[in-house]
Design a protein around this ligand. Sequence first.
Ligand SMILES: [Zn+2]
Length: 88
Amino acid sequence: MAGQGVQRCRCTCSGMSGAEFWVIAAAAAGVLWAGDVFINPKAPCRGCQGHRGRHGLSRPKAYGDCRRCGGRGERLRFGARWVRRDLR
Ligand SMILES: [Zn+2]
């Protein structure tokens, strides 16, 4: 019975090229990114850092609402409108 025991390795660990690895890695990163954006689609506004436009306590009346976010203090992350159609 010497012919038995010949098994082909079906695992995908062998034979994966570098290009395939990066395609899979990019796809995995995209899925993680989409999930992250879906859970937390908003981020602090870059213009006012989430402070709604008041730049500094020394001159509280020098600036009104942040022009970039309109005083909301937050912005939608890139791609948030794609994964969260209900957001504006
Ligand atoms: Zn702002």
